[in-house]
Design a protein around this ligand. Structure first.
Ligand code: ADP
Ligand code: MG
Ligand code: MG
Length: 251
C-alpha cells in the first residue's frame, strides 16, 4: 500500500542531499517502525511524504495505493488517507479544538464523496474517541494545542488521527518528551486504531515505544538510507548495543 522506491531528496535552497535512495514498502494492516540516529533523515522522509515545502525530490517514487503521492498537494494526500502526527504539534490560537476537528473531518468526508456529519453525530463520535484518550470536555473547547502540555498535545494528535480514520498513519517521534503514562495512553490510542485496512509507520529514536506498539517490521535508517530491516528483535538489539554495531556492519 505505501510504496517508496529509490527516493532521493535534497533541500530546495541548499545543495544538501538528505535522502539517498530510500526503499520501503508497508503493506496494509502492518505496523513498521523506523529507528535511527539523530540526523539520519527520518523526519525528512515523513515531511516529504506529507508534502511539506522546502524539499526537492530528485529521484524515485512514492505511492499510496494507486496514488502517486509526490504528484499531489498536501490536502490531496490527506484526502487519500495519509496522516502525519508531528514531533512538535502546532498551536492554533483562536481556533477551538472542536471546530478544528469538525472542519478537518468534514473536509475529509467531502473529498471522499461522503456526507458531512451533523453536529450531533460529530459530537457523539468525538466524545467517544476523546474518552479513550482521557481528553476531557474542557480540552476539546480550548484553542488547538494552546497551553496544552506535551502529553496533551500528543494525545490530541492521536484524537485527530482517530477522527480522520486515515489509511496510512505516520507518527514522527510521538513518544519524545512523554512520561511513561502519557506514552502508554498514546500507544493504546494507536493500538485501538490498528486494523487490516490501516498501516502505521512509527518513527522513534528509542525502543521503549515499541514495547507498547508492537511493530511487525523494524527498519534502521542511517545517513539517508534504510540500512537494515528485521523483526521486533532488531529494536531490542539497538536498545542493547546502540547503533554502533549496525553502522559498522554496513561500513
Ligand atoms: P532525523 O529525523 O532522523 O533526526 P532529519 O530528517 O530531521 O533527521 O534531518 C536529516 C538531516 O537533514 C540533518 O542533517 C538535518 O540537519 C538536515 N535537515 C533537514 N531539514 C533541514 C532544513 N530544512 N534545513 C537544513 N537542514 C535540514
Ligand atoms: Mg531529529
Ligand atoms: Mg526527526
Amino acid at each position: 500500500m505505501l510504496n517508496i522506491k529509490n527516493l532521493h531528496v535534497k533541500l530546495e535552497d541548499e545543495d544538501k542531499q538528505i535522502l539517498k535512495g530510500v526503499d520501503l514498502t508497508v503493506p496494509a494492516g502492518e505496523v513498521h517502525a523506523i529507528m535511527g540516529p539523530n540526523g539520519s533523515g527520518k523526519s525528512t522522509l515523513s515531511y516529504v511524504l506529507s508534502g511539506r515545502d522546502g524539499y526537492e525530490v530528485t529521484e524515485g517514487e512514492a505511492s499510496l495505493y494507486d496514488h502517486d503521492l509526490l504528484d499531489m498537494e498536501p490536502e490531496e494526500r490527506a484526502a487519500a488517507g495519509l496522516f502525519l502526527a508531528f514531533q512538535y504539534p502546532v498551536e492554533i490560537p483562536g481556533v477551538g479544538n472542536l471546530t478544528f476537528l469538525r472542519t478537518a473531518v468534514n473536509a475529509q468526508r467531502k473529498a471522499r464523496g461522503e456526507e458531512e456529519l451533523s453536529s450531533g453525530e460529530f459530537l457523539k463520535l468525538v466524545r467517544e474517541k476523546a474518552k479513550t484518550l482521557q481528553i476531557d470536555a474542557e480540552m476539546l473547547k480550548r484553542p488547538v494545542n494552546v497551553g496544552f502540555s506535551g502529553g496533551e498535545k500528543k494525545r490530541n494528535e492521536i484524537l485527530q488521527m482517530a477522527m480522520l480514520e486515515p489509511k496510512m498513519c505516520i507518527l514522527d517521534e510521538t513518544d519524545s518528551g512523554l512520561d511513561v503514562d502519557a506514552m502508554r495512553l498514546v500507544a493504546e490510542g494507536v493500538n485501538a486504531l490498528r486494523s487490516p485496512e490501516r498501516s502505521f509507520l512509527v518513527i522513534t529514536h528509542y525502543q521503549r515505544l515499541l514495547d507498547h506498539i508492537k511493530p511487525d517490521v523494524v527498519h534502521i535508517m542511517s545517513n539517508g538510507r534504510i540500512i537494515k530491516t528485521g523483526g521486533p528483535e532488531l529494536a531490542l538489539e539497538v536498545e542493547k548495543n546502540g547503533y554502533g554495531d549496525l553502522l559498522a556492519e554496513v561500513g
